[in-house]
Design a protein around this ligand. Sequence first.
Ligand SMILES: Nc1ncnc2c1ncn2[C@@H]1O[C@H](COP(=O)(O)OP(=O)(O)OP(=O)(O)O)[C@@H](O)[C@H]1O
Ligand SMILES: [Mg+2]
Length: 330
Amino acid sequence: MAETVLRVDDLRVNFATRSGVVAPVRTVSFQVGVGETLGIIGESGCGKSVTAQAVMGLLPSRSSRVDGAIHLAGKALHTLSRRARRQVGGREMAMIFQDPLSSLNPVMTIGQQIDECLRLHTGLDRRQRSARVVHLLEQVGIVDPERCAASWPHELSGGMRQRVMIAMAIAVSPSLLIADEPTTALDATVQAQILDLLEAIQQHTGMGIMFITHDLSVVARLCQRVVVLYAGQVVEETDVHTLFARPRHPYTRALMAARPSADRAPKTPLQEIPGRVPALDALPTGCAFADRCPLAQPRCRGQMPLLRPVGAPSHQVRCWRADETGALSL
Ligand SMILES: Nc1ncnc2c1ncn2[C@@H]1O[C@H](COP(=O)(O)OP(=O)(O)OP(=O)(O)O)[C@@H](O)[C@H]1O
Ligand SMILES: [Mg+2]
């Protein structure tokens, strides 16, 4: 793999809730290389956003506890003070979200917001900053950048707002971009434009991207490697080709079988995965997927399988029966 931008080792997140401590992220490890896009997939509630927030240092310190090691561009973020961490984070990584309107400040113009970001994290003076604002908006494909800079967030379309968020994210040339379902709210054409844009920026800057999505067609289009999360754990990690051609974890296999495919008649209902993700206050001691798994055996319920390599060392699976699943058809 290319040089590593982000390395996360044994990340654990606990939340103090009224009904006790819950663990939405349990020993999650992964890496993102320079110029690489890592996909993070899994059903709702599996811990994707909490993982991203932990990496960004956005979780509230009063009600959450984050353990594990996070190295960003060679710096050990977990050893830094909150203040130092925010400084490094602000320069080296940026995040874009599903709903750009809620992340933009409604009482500042677009230009003021990008300017603020540049003022905080670069040494540029006022004039240089205002030129850079226009240049950034141009770079994300906004045709009238001066007009856009003078606009308020509510005056822009969803696609324009997401472009603005990307402009803000790349304003300081971060080495890592975290995208948490950034195109889910957009229609298909605009979604494709935004993905093209991210790819073009990545080719230009070499930033690593951690791309969280439910959409497997986005994974196929954008990612080189993929981490599958289930109940706060990595259950499979592999390159994107193997993910689609030879998934090994029964959960990943179920996700693949449930995806709409081009050759399926449009009216055919999607196959849903029966059952639900276990509740955070009722996580089983064994495999978290056992209750929904067609291959589960008594051992699966009694003992937690470890993540281990199957076939290639870069293909890791957390399943007692991973050696058998390769022989089954999807
Ligand atoms: N601040 C919090 N306090 C307590 N529990 C939380 C908090 N934030 C998230 N959770 C819980 O942690 C679990 C993981 O949530 P997370 O938002 O990471 O899911 P997700 O994989 O991003 O799902 P989605 O696909 O719906 O966005 C969920 O059960 C969620 O309810
Ligand atoms: Mg989420």
